[in-house]
Design a protein around this ligand. Structure first.
Ligand code: NAI
Length: 288
C-alpha cells in the first residue's frame, strides 16, 4: 500500500498543475508552491477549470468527491517552507539544471521527514545531479509524468545510482496504486526512454520544416494520416513548449554528443522570440 498522503508540487506550469490535479483527484492533500502570487493565481484558475471539465465529462472518481471537493484539497503557496510536512515533493520547475540543483538543496533543508521522497519531473536532467545536491540522495528519484498529466497514463521511474530500493518501491506504489499510472523503469540517462526517442524525431521534423522541404501542416498530416500518430511532431512540440523542447535537446546533446540531439537554429530563434507554442499562443501554429 502507498505510504504517501501529503503531496507537494513545486512549479505550477503545464506539468505541475497536472500533477497537483491527479494527486488531489486521488484523495491526497496537495500543496503547490509557485514563484509569484500572480503565476499561482493563474495556475489556480487553470486547475479549477480543468477539474470542472473533468467533472462535466464524468471523469472524477466519486470515491474522492466532486470538483469542488477535489479543488479544496489543493493549497497554493509562494514560500517553499510550505513543503516541510510533505511525504513526497515533486519538482516541476523550469528545465534548467542550476535552478533545479538549487531547489533540491533548499528542499533538503526544508522537508522534515527523513524518508520523504524528493522527486523530479525533469525530462532530461540526470537525477544524480539533483540527488548529490542533497544530504539524502537515497530519497531522490525521477518521477517523470507526461503531458497532459490527467490524460496520459505513463510515468517513467528513474532511480539514480544512489536511490534506495525502498524509495523506488514507495514511488512505484504511489504512482500505480494511488494515481493509477503505468510505471516503466528507466536508467538515469538524459531523456530516459521516451524523450531519448521522441526528441530526435521532433528535431528532425523541425529541420525538415526549416529547410523548406515541406510545410508544418503537411509534415504533421504526413505523420497523422500516414503513421496513425494522434498529432504531428510540430504540433507536439507546440504542446510540450518550445523552450522545454530546446532545453531537453540541449541536455541530450550534452550527455551523448550526437548530432541528432542538436537543437536546430530555428528552434533557438523561436524560443528567443518568445514563440513557445501553445502556452504563449504561437509556435509552429497560432492558438487563440
Ligand atoms: P512550465 O514553463 O509550463 O512551468 C514551469 C513553472 O515553474 C513556471 O510556472 C515557473 O513560474 C515555475 N518556477 C520556476 N522556478 C521556480 C521556483 N524556483 N519555485 C517555484 N516555481 C518555479 O514548464 P513545464 O512544461 O510544466 O515543465 C516543468 C518540468 O516538467 C520541466 O522539468 C520539464 O522538462 C518537465 N516536463 C515537461 C513536459 C511537457 O510536455 N512540457 C512533459 C514532462 C516533463
Amino acid at each position: 500500500m502507498s505510504t504517501v498522503h501529503k503531496v507537494g508540487v513545486v512549479g505550477a506550469g503545464l506539468m505541475g498543475t497536472g500533477i497537483a490535479e491527479v494527486s488531489a483527484r486521488a484523495g491526497h492533500d496537495v500543496v503547490v508552491v509557485e514563484s509569484t502570487e500572480a503565476v499561482a493565481t493563474a495556475a489556480r484558475g487553470r486547475l479549477e477549470h480543468s477539474l470542472q471539465r473533468a467533472e462535466a465529462k464524468g471523469r472524477l472518481d466519486p470515491a474522492h468527491g466532486n470538483a469542488a471537493k477535489v479543488f479544496s484539497r489543493i493549497t497554493f503557496e509562494t514560500d517553499l517552507s510550505a513543503m516541510a510536512d510533505r511525504d513526497v515533493v515533486v519538482e516541476a520547475i523550469v528545465e534548467d539544471e542550476a535552478t533545479k540543483v538549487e531547489l533540491f538543496r533548499r528542499l533538503d533543508a526544508i522537508v522534515l521527514a527523513p524518508d520523504a521522497i524528493l522527486a523530479s519531473n525533469t525530462s532530461s536532467i540526470p537525477i544524480m545531479k539533483l540527488g548529490v545536491a542533497t544530504s539524502r540522495p537515497a530519497h531522490v528519484i525521477g518521477i517523470h509524468f507526461f503531458n497532459p498529466v490527467p490524460v496520459l497514463g505513463l510515468v517513467e521511474l528513474v532511480p539514480s545510482l544512489l536511490t534506495s530500493a525502498d524509495t523506488t518501491a514507495r514511488s512505484r506504489a504511489w504512482v500505480e496504486q494511488s494515481l493509477h499510472k503505468h510505471a516503466i523503469d528507466c536508467q538515469d540517462r538524459a531523456g530516459f526512454v521516451v524523450n531519448a526517442l521522441l526528441i530526435p524525431f521532433i528535431l528532425s521534423a523541425i529541420r525538415m520544416f526549416e529547410s523548406g522541404f515541406a510545410s508544418a501542416e503537411d509534415i504533421d498530416q504526413g505523420l497523422v494520416q500516414g503513421a496513425a500518430h494522434p498529432q504531428g511532431p510540430l504540433a507536439l512540440a507546440d504542446l510540450i513548449g518550445l523552450d522545454t523542447t530546446r532545453a531537453v535537446a540541449e541536455s541530450l546533446y550534452a550527455e551523448f554528443k550526437e548530432p541528432l540531439y542538436a537543437a536546430p537554429p530555428l528552434l533557438a530563434r523561436m524560443v528567443d522570440a518568445g514563440l513557445l507554442g501553445r502556452k504563449s499562443g504561437r509556435g509552429f501554429y497560432t492558438y487563440s
